[in-house]
Structure formats: structure tokens, C-alpha cells
Design a protein around this ligand. Sequence first.
Ligand code: ADP
Ligand code: MG
Length: 509
Amino acid sequence: MGYGSSLIMRGIGKSFAGVHALKEVDFEVRSGEIHALLGANGAGKSTLMKILSGAYTSDSGSIEIDGKTIQVRTPGDAKASGIHCVYQEVDTALVPHLTVTENIMLDRISSPGSRHFLGWKAFHQEAEAVLRRLDSPIPVRKRVSELTLAEKQLVLVARLLTEQAKFVIFDEPTAPLSLEEAERLFRVMRQLRDDGIGCIFITHRLPEVFEMCDRITVMRDGERVLTEDKQETDMDGVIQAMLGRSFEQEFPKAEAEIGSIVLEVKGLTASRMTASRTVQDVSFSVKKGEIVAIVGLVGAGKTELSRLLFGADAVDSGEVRVNGTRMNLSQPATAINGGIALVPEERRSQGILVSESVQRNLSLPILKLLSRFGFLSGSGEQGNASSVISRLGIKTPSPAQKTMYLSGGNQQKVAIGKWLNAGVDVFLFDEPTKGVDIGAKSDIFRIIGELAQQGRGIVYLTCEFSEALGIADRILVMYDGRIVASFGRGETTQEQLLYYASGGGEGTA
Ligand code: ADP
Ligand code: MG
């Protein structure tokens, strides 16, 4: 391998059914460097890296290593050129019921005839040696299914080392890791760099970038907008590049009368939740008619927080009050009866029943109200459905249409609409505009504004800072499971929000 090797992507273009995901992107990574690849959600980072690792093919452009053009049409092609990838979803790359050794040696063990000249003992020893080189003592005879996610990532790194990797892509590997686990992964990345491997590191946490990386490339809207040595730029410069001109997004905010406190959250804490994420000592309150946005990057803990408030996951400590009454935070039914509704991020799996009709979805939370003596009143259900459909402008050929055939934006309106007549005092919206078109987006903002005008308290969880700036009366910033900053309407900017959401306030508070 040797030092001084360089991999260059030139003029890479890629479209998906009309979405121009990459426009003439040039990108270079050198052996022996850690190169940060940054950009807001949707900037094109993953697409560029999927092209490099052979998961997608580009529409245009070329890839070369040390001046020689290489063809990368499949992941096998990429690996043959020494290009490997550590995705966040490590499980897809590992075989859970096989041992650590078997997973590290997977290629060689599965190649015919290998067992004739190398015994198991030698395999185990080699696996141990690689893990030792990474300073990661994982028992090699353990099954991979028994490992933590962080350990699985290390097994993947060990495997690519035995396969003579020259360039390694890390696509947001640290998002689900604890700080300690992330630190260990950083040591491993530095080790790879010192061994002359070129590392590409995608992350949303800017402090990591300035701690770890040698060079920084920023993408925005499918284009490369900045490549600099770390010393040549700073956090503000990178944030400016990620956001571009601060665009004035016109979401006219409906004026609502702010009343008494409707939701009060005190010291909410839950550890050891999915993917080792936590919610730490979160306190805030929401008044009637008030829209409180909680912003944070992917993995900050927003979805976890919304699930705790809704009673969908268990809390360790803390309390939630609605109109002064303390909630028993054990199950969603209690939250609903107590007046809290959640419009979840994963609406297709959690917010609506896609194979049921629009009408039935809209009546689910109020089946009791619509029933007499235990029988559902058909006309009551129809009446409720048609009033909600027209109020929210849900585009459906009929109330009987199966919800799965609606567009994403209209499905979202159904997920919201089912709560409209359910006597709810507090609405939790988790990324409500994700994957919806611009028309539905403005409808959703209008609906939320109306709910506030009716005196409902709104919690709006989003990673879109511009939306929070447009819609919220107050903005709380979440980072690593905590609220790290709070601003009134008009008191902050996208730059400042991104600064806090990326951990920029750590240690200064
Ligand atoms: P990033 O990783 O920077 O968040 P992505 O590369 O995932 O960005 O996405 C870039 C753009 O390409 C986005 O608009 C995204 O919606 C689109 N995109 C990515 N993958 C696909 C796909 N498989 N099908 C359709 N659109 C896609
Ligand atoms: Mg991505």
C-alpha cells in the first residue's frame, strides 16, 4: 500500500426519479488522512459514499486511485480496490450466529479449500491479533449476536483490516454510540490513519470533526461547497457552508393567545433505551396556545423524549403533568386519556393503520365516543371522517380509501386528523414534515397553527431548524439527550441552533 496514495472521484452525478442528488461532485481522499464529509440531511453524503462503495452506480463521472481509473459497479468491485464501508446498520454486514473469528475471517473461511491449510486455532489467533492491533479485546469465540453495537462495528473494522483495506468510509458510525464507545472508535480510526489508510468520516457532531479530522469537505444540495484543511476553517465557517445563504422561509405564523401552563415536564430521565440513547433530566413547560419546538440532530434524543411523554417507553425518574394532573407514565392509553396525543415520526408503522380506511383511522381514538351500547355508529364515524377530511384538506377519493394509497403528506394529515375530535390538550409532533411535499407541508403548518389558536399546547420536535424558527414561540435545543439551550421567538438563528445542536455549547455552559 504505502503512503501518498490518493483516491479521486470526479464529476460524479446521480439522479433518483427526478431528484438531482449529486451534481458534478469532485471529492478526494488521501491515504493516511481522516477526511470529514459534512452536510445537512439530504445534502448527498450517503449517496456519494454509496457510489464509492459500489452500492449505487453513478450517472456520470469517474473514480481513480493513483491516477488509474477504476470501475466500481458492485460492492465486490469496491473491495477489490481496497474500498470498504462501515455503515451504521452493522447488522446487515455481519452473520449473528457465527463467532467473532468467523465474521472477521468471513471471506477466507467461505472461500473453497481454505480449511485445508489453515486450522481454526490459526484463525482465532489471527482474529485476536487484529483486535489487539485495534486495542479492542473482544473474545473471538463469542457469537456476534451477543455483542454490543459498538463491538460489532469493531468486528467490521477488524474484518476490513484482514482484507487489506486502503480506504474506509464511516457513515455516521457514532450517532448510536455512547461517548465512551465513540472515543474507542476514534482511537481505532486514528490507528487506521497511522497505518496509512484513508478514512472518510460522516458525522453530525462538529466537535468530533475538529478533534479527529485532517480535512473537511462540506456538501450542500448535492454539490461540494467546501474542502479545507482543518486548520484553515472553524465551526462557524463549516456551519455557514452547510446552510448556505440563510433563506427566509415563509411560514406565516398564526397568532394565538398564550394561556396558562398545560404541560409541565420535570427532570424526565431514562437511560438504556434503544440503541443506548438516553434522555437526561429534561424539564420544560408548554402553555395553552404555545408552540414549543425541540430541535436537535438525528440521534439527539427527540424521538425518545416524545415516546417518554406519550408513555410508550418506561422512565427512570421525573414527572409529567397535564393541566396540573400528574400522568401515570406507563402506557399510551393513560397519556391519551390524560390529554396527550403523539403524531410519531414513523407514521406508517406507528401513527396509522395503513391497510385500514381513512375513515376508520380517523375514528380510532374516539371509538368509544362513536359507539352506543358497544356498537360503532356507522353514521357517527362517517360524519367525523368527512368533517376532518374537509377541515384538513385530506386528498382522498373517498373516506373508504385504504390509507396506504394516499401520498405521504395526506397520510400525515390522517395521523394528525385522528386526534382532532379526541379532546386532546397537548399535541406532540415528531418530525411531522419528514417526507411530505411542500404543499402538504404548508397545510401541516396551518393545522398546527389552528390547534394552537384553539388553546392546545404544541410540542414540535424537528431537525429542520428553519421550521422551528418559523413556527415556534420558543425553541429548545437537544444534544445527547439533554436540553442544552433555550430561546424565545426571534432570539436565535439557524447558525446558533446548529452550533448548540452539534455540541458547540459543551463545556462552556
Ligand atoms: P445525506 O446522506 O447527505 O443526508 P443522501 O445522500 O441520503 O443525503 O440524500 C441525497 C438526496 O437524494 C436526498 O434528496 C434524498 O432524498 C435522495 N435520495 C437518496 N437516496 C435515494 C433513493 N434510494 N431513492 C430516491 N431518492 C434518494
Ligand atoms: Mg446520510
